[in-house]
Design a protein around this ligand. Structure first.
Ligand SMILES: [Zn+2]
Length: 101
């Protein structure tokens, strides 16, 4: 599995809780994922994600994500192309015109 820990760095700075809080506040506690159609996820953010994975813990490299988007991103960083393809199938479908009043 991709969870061996050898390639995945998790060295967080001592003031990570402060940084994390700052990012969540900056992003208004809302998930910053933008889907391929340009729509913002907008779910309640529970996680703070490194935009570029690594040791850059500056707020410019961080963003608030909901748990679902973070898990999905982590999965795609693990190299599973399936995680990326799934985005397309899970997009909300438009209501069928025949069902609208
Ligand atoms: Zn999200």
């Amino acid at each position: 599995m991709a969870w061996q820990g050898s390639t995945r760095r998790s060295r967080l700075p001592k003031n990570w809780p402060t940084i994390r809080r700052r990012v969540l506040r900056r992003d208004k506690g809302v998930c910053q994922t933008r889907f391929s159609d340009g729509q913002l996820c907008g779910a309640v953010a529970t996680d703070v994600d490194h935009i570029v994975p690594g040791d850059d813990h500056s707020v410019a490299n961080l963003r608030a994500l909901c748990g679902w988007c973070h898990a999905r991103k982590s999965a795609s960083e693990g190299g599973t192309a399936a995680a990326r393809t799934r985005v397309r199938t899970e997009r909300p479908k438009p209501t069928h015109p025949a069902l609208e009043d």
